[in-house]
Design a protein around this ligand. Structure first.
Ligand SMILES: Cc1cc2nc3c(=O)[nH]c(=O)nc-3n(C[C@H](O)[C@H](O)[C@H](O)COP(=O)(O)OP(=O)(O)OC[C@H]3O[C@@H](n4cnc5c(N)ncnc54)[C@H](O)[C@@H]3O)c2cc1C
Length: 463
């Protein structure tokens, strides 16, 4: 199909004003937050209904077009990046909260609803949507489902998958599926809702989602704790876990802390610098919870697990402490870090982290490597910063070879090369470290069943 005919076809589906081909739009909507790949889409379209999404998919099948579903573009793996002349399908006009159902404790949304809006809507119902992370002011609920987003409260509430009660999806063949239908119980065969969750736009375009809500937790208190070594943080979590209900248990290195403090001119959490810090958020359900947490802290100091710590005295202090962790990713963005998002079983974390530390010392000298993440659920974000003066291609090549060593270690530990950021373009060559050849072949068969002509996000997850 020649370009004018292609554009005419797209305009017939979404309307004259909702097809963009100007340079700024192609650059802006052509990529997500991973800036290691150059965007090169042919056009960006903005459907406003499931029917329009279906017509786009049918057109793509008819004319052998490739579509890249696009949410809030906060993804970190290039999953929403169009590098090969694809059509970007932005869901940002499908942004209505369709309804809330307090009896079922659910919210029904179009896919383009921003995650923070789901938080606000849940709060207005006296309930709580627990999936939260630093990008939830921009990410879409559809993107969260497509990536099975995790975030900072996984340790207590699990990942997005746990909260998906129903999905409306247009498959790669152009069929509209209603999955889950908001039912709590439905054992009528394979649960396609779970297959769609985490499929990164390769099996279907999610047009609507019914999300389950939790009871609103009590007020939270936040502590930042300093330790000499990463592997000491797991025994710390065990002590606190026995004393209070832990909502979040995050960690960051002194180098990561320094970047945030310098950029935003923030106060250090306490005077004594420590190589690593844990941020713990716990629920203050009872009067005794703060005392129980303080007792756990004192025991940890007495047993040399911690060197110092601070506890929030107000919600604004809690917010200020959270910034030390949540602002890390955005603070590093201008350095174009090469991100590794690794996980192992929680019980294996101390041994794994000791291995990572030794590996970094041996192989990363000359590179700045910053560690932070969701240590309470076994998830470590390892960011390699591009040295000043090193070209992007040379940097990517070096990082890829360094990553191989890391991934071999992940494989030995039976871990994952992408804990929560998905595969996209960034991790597809490394998938074999976490998935067997047989699993990969089954995944390809599933792709063919949902998207026989390969029109949805081709080249993502695998080729
Ligand atoms: C500062 C920062 C912090 C972050 N922290 C976390 C974190 O703690 N935990 C975490 O899990 N992630 C985190 N992320 C990554 C990212 O925010 C999540 O992956 C998020 O779920 C992506 O949602 P999105 O709407 O931006 O999707 P996009 O980036 O637009 O797309 C992501 C993938 O989903 C597909 N997709 C998007 N919408 C749809 C749809 N409607 N139907 C089908 N496929 C679709 C895209 O094709 C792509 O493959 C962070 C990102 C940033 C920038």
């Amino acid at each position: 199909m020649n370009k004018p005919a292609l554009l005419a076809g797209l305009r017939r589906v979404v309307g004259e004003d909702f097809v963009r081909t100007d340079e700024d739009s192609l650059a802006h909507f052509g990529r997500d937050t991973c800036d290691l790949f150059e965007p090169a889409p042919s056009a960006v379209v903005f459907p406003d209904s499931t029917q329009q999404v279906r017509d786009l998919v049918l057109l793509a099948n008819d004319q052998a077009l490739a579509l890249v579903p696009s949410g809030g573009r906060t993804g970190l793996s290039g999953g929403a990046t169009a590098t090969r002349g694809e059509i970007v399908v932005s869901m940002e006009r499908m942004n209505a909260v369709i309804g809330s159902n307090p009896g079922d404790r659910t919210i029904e949304c179009q896919a383009g609803v921003i995650t923070a809006q789901v938080h606000a809507q849940a709060e207005s119902m006296g309930l709580f949507y627990p999936v939260d992370f630093a990008a939830s002011g921009s990410s879409h609920i559809g993107g969260n489902v497509a990536t099975n987003a995790g975030g900072v409260r996984v340790i207590r509430y699990g990942m997005t998958r746990n909260w998906v009660a129903g999905l409306q999806v247009v498959t790669g063949a152009g069929e509209i599926l209603e999955l889950g239908k908001g039912l709590v119980k439905d054992n009528t065969g394979y649960d396609l809702r779970h297959l769609m969750t985490g499929s990164e736009g390769t099996l279907g375009i999610i047009t609507g989602a019914t999300m389950r809500l939790a009871s609103a937790p009590g007020d939270a208190a936040v502590m930042v704790l300093g330790a000499e070594q990463m592997e000491l943080l797991l025994p710390v979590l065990e002590r606190f876990g026995s004393a209070v209900t832990v909502n979040a248990f995050e960690f960051f290195s002194e180098q990561a802390l320094q970047q945030v403090i310098e950029k935003h001119r923030l106060q250090r959490p306490f005077e004594t610098p420590a190589p690593v810090y844990a941020l713990i958020e716990f629920e203050q359900a009872n009067d005794g919870d703060v005392d129980a947490a303080m007792n756990a802290f004192e025991q940890c100091v007495a047993d040399s697990l911690l060197v110092d710590g601070v506890i929030s005295q107000s919600s604004s202090q809690a917010h200020a402490l959270w910034r030390l962790r949540e602002d890390i990713s955005a603070t590093l963005a201008h350095r174009q870090p090469y991100k590794n998002d690794l996980s192992v079983r929680v019980s294996a974390v101390p041994q794994f982290l000791a291995g990572v530390e030794a590996f970094i010392e041996q192989n990363y000298s000359g590179f700045e490597v910053l560690c932070y993440g969701h240590i309470g659920d076994g998830n470590v974000h390892l960011n390699i910063l591009r040295p000043h003066g090193m070209g992007l291609e040379a940097f990517k090549k070096t990082c890829a070879s360094i990553s191989e060593g890391l991934f071999e270690m992940v494989q030995r530990f039976g871990g994952s090369v992408s804990a929560e950021h998905g595969v996209g373009l960034l991790k597809k060559d490394s998938l074999h470290y976490s998935r067997s050849a047989h699993e990969l072949e089954l995944m390809r068969s599933i792709k063919r069943a949902f998207d026989p002509a390969g029109v949805l996000n081709p080249g993502k997850i695998f080729d």
